[in-house]
Design a protein around this ligand. Sequence first.
Ligand SMILES: [Cu+2]
Length: 399
Amino acid sequence: MAIKLIRRGVADDPAEALKFICPPAFSGGPIDPQPATRTLRRNLDVMIDLPLPPAVAARTRALKDKIRLWTIEDPDLPQDQGRTFPSPLIRTVQGDVVQATVGFQLDAHTIHWHGIEPTPLNDGVGHTSFEATSSFVYQFATNTAGTYFYHCHKNTVLHFEMGLYGGLIVDPLNPDPDSLNQAPYPTGGPGFASANVPGFPGFDPANFVVPYDVEAVWAVDSFDSIWHLLNHDAFMQKCDANDPMAAANFTNDGILNVFRPDVFLISGVVSVPASSPEVSPEIGANIQDPRVAINAKVNQTVLIRLLNADYLIHENILGLDSVAIAADGHPFGVPPLNRYSAPVRIPAGRPFRTTSARRYDLLVRTPAVPGIFPFRVKFIDWISGKVVHIARTVIKVQP
Ligand SMILES: [Cu+2]
């Protein structure tokens, strides 16, 4: 006998509709606490002014020589490491139960653990749960090794743009329990990634892990400098329990339907135009900053964790052959879902695209001879299809 499911729209459920518009505030937690295997702390939102190189500052729409960012601080690190953009990387181990104590310095925010799939009350999406004030302990399990990120999910379009995000990596165990290098691995390498890559140096087919020597995390983003002058609640619908849809609730100033980025970055490093303003598309100078440029040796394995932290489409071109071993925190061809996917080989020079919030984990084997190999990302306007900027960096392969 068929079971008839009745799914009501929010129009039939005024309380649910109102909650979506006016998420309740809550603090405390954790809800349904379990024994934690890892604890960490974060604070929202800590302001940083990111200085802009003169060539970038001169052409920003806001005409500013620095850009205001809101970040998520790690209060357990010295300030110069704990207050960064992107926000400090979180590393956990596959199988962890994590409790993250999150403080809020101004007003209400949330943290959404993107891709992790916690319980709804720990998922940090205000509209379907609550916004947190003062402090909340989020609890989640990190069961699948891969690349994730965390971000604020209040007035999301603005708060994510303002910089309230950071990377979240789930490391698989080292198959050698006697090794000195156990998960979580040092950022930058060496370590192990979940993968199914027969024939790749060091691949362990019993445990579906592959060792890497060097690791890079590339969070590719762009800013519209005008947005960075806005207030916390800009463009949010006002909360009116009696008449939520009244026109008067939509009078907040806001311009979030117009995104014209004028600052382009990889992992917080601004791409400086190398071409004159008349050249289109504008091409950035090679980024040499060690937070971005990769230094490896011949015959090594490099793992690149690529995140589209942007509202533009990215077309990525790597100057070395690579294998995409995972997307969005899910390794291809690795049990238990091994029947449904397989790694993808990407020959050097072949473009591949990412859209907002997508992650690719790319495995690169450096050649036997030294060289300098390019990485380019084209920032593509999703409406016009025009390339608005090309950021560049390099993989340096040394003897
Ligand atoms: Cu926020």
